[in-house]
Design a protein. Structure first.
Length: 361
């Protein structure tokens, strides 16, 4: 019986030895290390003073920000608007519940051995959207109706990104399969769809969905602005997702297709059980990169009058009551985007390591 080959354990490297091997191994690396170290040391002290030591964290009014540091009081005072927009304060428990369920569904995915980890992930992709459709707009089960024009802030950013991500992936997979189809009509339709949507910037898609689309609808028929934006984002993103998935399909050796056909598997079983799992595993970095790009592109909805977290901050920093707080506002927005984008990136890396089966010739 063949025993699996195990690599010998790596000897631990001391910090000084690591620095000598990586930072001071040549004279030009040594100069570059010293220059970067000097810049970090000279800039760290002013940055720490502005962020923490000289900053204002509490108070009652803008007049309390008298120091030379950051006025984090501005974020504290307007945090409710930055997260919920104009959502009624007495109904914000519904949003908080959705935030909690979202965290419960996806944070355990980073923890190996967490109980019911798989079922929580399945709930996040199936039950959570249904529950959100009931809770957030209301109007049923005795919940107060909250129209979409009152949604905003971080909750709106997450809604746009969540719907766009989970709706674009299956549509993109179908488009990628259709583009590789042997049926001319289906292949032609998918090619035209993908190339047309990829040739149009998202800002144009949002403008058309908000302003031009209602002009082509029958009289008396209309969709909410948010729904039109979600449809436009999903269709635009699905075209990019289709090309990512198609790259994975092309990377699968032809022998895999032939082996699946030799087993007597039909088209959908061959794709669902053999080809797609391998293709999607290969393009995990591309898929997550597309998700991250979509999450950041949600800020463009400001041009059609939807106030996401960036729009909420931009509308607030112009308040005459608050002077010179734009940097603090944009730092808050950058931190919010970094948390979610970094989380998606780390999860994709964990998923790659978990699904890595190696490549043997």
């Amino acid at each position: 019986m063949n025993q699996p080959t195990v690599s010998p354990p790596k000897a631990p490297v001391a910090p000084i030895q690591w620095m000598r091997n990586n930072l001071f191994n040549t004279w030009y690396n040594s100069l570059l290390t010293l220059a970067v170290g000097y810049l970090l040391v000279t800039s760290a002290a002013p940055l720490l003073n502005w962020v923490f030591l000289d900053a204002t964290f509490s108070g009652e009014s803008p007049s309390d920000c008298v120091g030379e540091g950051a006025c984090w009081l501005f974020i504290n005072q307007r945090l409710n608007f930055f997260i919920y927009g104009f959502y009624p304060e007495d109904q914000q428990w519904r949003i908080n519940l959705m935030f909690g369920l979202l965290a419960l569904s996806f944070i355990p995915q980073f923890i190996e051995g967490f109980p019911a980890r798989r079922w929580l992930g399945i709930f996040g992709m199936t039950g959570l959207p249904i529950l959100g459709y009931i809770l957030i707009p209301g109007g049923s089960f005795g919940l107060e109706s909250v129209p979409s024009h009152r949604w905003g802030g971080l909750m709106l950013t997450l809604i746009l990104a969540y719907v766009g991500i989970f709706a674009a992936l299956p549509i993109g997979i179908l488009l990628a399969l259709g583009r590789r189809s042997h049926m001319p009509v289906i292949r032609g339709f998918c090619v035209v769809f993908i190339e047309v949507w990829r040739a149009v910037p998202l800002i144009t898609v949002l403008f058309m969905a908000s302003v031009m689309l209602p002009l082509f609808l029958p009289e008396g028929m209309n969709f909410e602005k948010l729904l039109r934006a979600l449809i436009g984002i999903t269709l635009w993103q699905s075209a990019y997702m289709a090309e990512v998935v198609r790259g994975g399909l092309q990377a699968i050796p032809r022998g895999q297709y032939e082996a699946a056909s030799a087993l007597g598997l039909g088209y959908w079983k061959k794709m669902g059980l053999i080809i797609l799992p391998q293709a999607l595993k290969l393009v995990i970095p591309g898929i997550v990169n597309t998700f991250i790009a979509l999450f950041k592109d949600t800020t463009l909805v400001l041009i059609i009058g939807l106030f996401d977290v960036l729009g909420a901050v931009q509308s607030t920093v112009t308040d005459p009551a608050w002077q010179n707080v734009a940097i603090e506002g944009y730092v808050f927005v950058a931190f919010c985007f970094w948390v979610f984008c970094f989380g998606m990136s780390r999860y994709s890396q964990n998923l790659e390591r978990k699904l890595d089966t190696g490549h043997r010739t």
